[in-house]
Design a protein around this ligand. Structure first.
Ligand code: T3D
Length: 262
């Protein structure tokens, strides 16, 4: 039975939903493979102009399935040494680098690699009742799936180390104050808030959004000269798009721009 479900809307939003609610959407091997492959598929699909990552039920995703993990440790399985390279890293990379905006929709708790995946998104919409915990050190692990990359960028190195060394459930409102969440919404309005944001992103200038993702990712590790050069290259690319031409014509005509993502 599929544990990752993909829904495509007419507006160009693909919702990738981890669907193991009884296990709080913990990542067992079939789920990791399905998630990796589903994300690669929507990333490559030009008809998809925004991706939402979410989970069924009361959790977003609680990271590695620890029951499976214990069974693997007991069996001395080789899978333990390869799953970061085979599953976690490709998932984190696709989320962070695909050429379209990504929204993480946290209706409930995100833990471990589940939290790392959420951090790779451009926007994190949290229900008021949701939370995040790094979890890793609680079971004697360091961290993976980009936590060490995103946390210092979002909250600074000192807070990143506090969150990683003393894992705790950080409630949604505090996530917003720390800069871990971008939106906190009432739990009963959660689905509508996610859909509104995703539809707005899917109706945007997709190629410009892709360029913005890459520029902002590279900005903090660039020299000013390199950042200016990369911006110049992106301005040439986005300046040659149909969306740009249509939107400036709409501006001059005092009309609302309509973007087609090309
Ligand atoms: O190489 C490798 O494979 C390593 C890769 C690692 C990547 C990682 O993601 S490591 C981090 C793994 N995740 C965790 O350590 C999180 C563990 N879970 C928790 O800390 C808490 O459960 C939560 C804070 C997420 C939620 O707490 P709460 O109080 O809302 O729920 P609960 O009662 O703790 O859990 C409910 C059930 O879910 C419970 O099972 P039960 O008693 O109802 O049968 C619990 O065992 C189960 N559960 C929670 N997390 C996991 C899990 N089962 C398997 N795997 C989990 N990750």
């Amino acid at each position: 039975e599929a544990t990752v479900v993909v829904d495509r809307s007419a507006s160009g939003v693909a919702t990738v939903r981890i669907d193991r609610p009884d296990a709080l959407n913990a990542l067992d091997l079939p789920t990791k493979v399905a998630l990796r492959d589903a994300l690669a598929e929507v990333a490559a699909d030009d008809g998809v102009r925004c991706v939402v990552l979410t989970g069924t039920g009361r959790a977003f995703c609680v990271g590695q399935d620890l029951r499976e993990h214990v069974a693997n440790l007991t069996a001395g399985s080789g899978e333990l040494s390869t799953t970061v390279a085979d599953h976690y890293n490709p998932i984190a990379t696709t989320l962070a680098t695909m050429d379209k905006p990504v929204v993480a929709a946290l209706g409930g708790v995100a833990a471990g690699a589940g939290m790392s995946f959420a951090l790779a998104a451009d926007f994190r919409v949290m229900a008021e009742s949701a939370s995040m915990t790094t979890a890793f050190a609680g079971i004697g692990l360091s961290c993976d799936s980009g936590a060490s990359y995103w946390l210092p960028r979002l909250v600074g190195p000192a807070r990143a180390k506090d969150l990683l060394m003393f894992p705790r459930s950080v409630p949604a409102q505090e996530c917003l104050e720390l800069g871990l969440a971008t939106h906190v919404v009432p739990t009963d309005g959660f689905d509508a808030a996610v859909a509104e944001l995703a539809d707005r992103l899917a109706a945007g200038p997709t190629l410009a959004f892709a360029a913005i993702r890459h520029l902002v990712a590279d900005g903090p590790v660039s020299t000013l000269a390199d950042a200016l050069a990369a911006e110049g290259a992106s301005m040439r690319t986005t300046g040659a798009t149909q969306d740009h031409r249509d939107a400036v014509e709409a501006f001059v005509a005092k009309e609302r721009p309509v973007f087609h993502g090309r």
